[in-house]
Design a protein around this ligand. Structure first.
Ligand SMILES: [Zn+2]
Ligand SMILES: [Zn+2]
Ligand SMILES: [Zn+2]
Length: 142
């Protein structure tokens, strides 16, 4: 997603877009590969940006909850990538290699209706990840 879309997600959720958050976005968007919080920290410090590792962790958590990045966990390695898709979508994560694929469909609205009916809640959003084994890893499983 581009910078304008990224900013609009923050606006729509009434979350402040601070400079550190924008720096993190720019780093992630400029990189073809997923980046770890430590890598982001090193890159930003090199550019003389004032930012702490803790605030990078916090920002990435926030980004994830807003659905603008996804997290790739491979053992104890955690990396983040900016979502390509602008609209609401879900991810499937390979449990073996950590590859993530963005799914452009969501059929959960029916389910939200059921949640609303049974709880009386006003449902505003949802997060759901799928997990499994990618094509490469699937063949290694057997
Ligand atoms: Zn995504
Ligand atoms: Zn895999
Ligand atoms: Zn959905």
């Amino acid at each position: 997603m581009n910078k304008e879309v990224f900013k609009s997600v923050f606006q729509n959720n009434r979350v402040r877009m601070s400079h550190p958050r924008l720096f993190i976005y720019q780093e992630l968007a400029a990189s073809n590969n997923p980046l770890s919080p430590q890598e982001l920290y090193r890159n930003l410090i090199k550019q003389k940006k004032k930012i702490g590792l803790t605030s990078i962790y916090r920002s990435l958590d926030l980004f994830e909850s807003l659905g603008v990045v996804f997290k790739i966990v491979n053992g104890s390695n955690v990396k983040y990538k900016i979502c390509e898709m602008d609209d609401h979508h879900h991810h499937i994560v390979c449990k073996k290699c950590g590859e993530v694929v963005e799914l452009h469909f969501c059929h959960i609205s029916d389910w939200s209706e059921k949640v609303k009916e049974s709880t009386g809640y006003e449902v505003t959003d949802h997060h759901l990840n799928f997990y499994g084994f990618c094509k490469n890893c699937k063949s290694l499983q057997t």
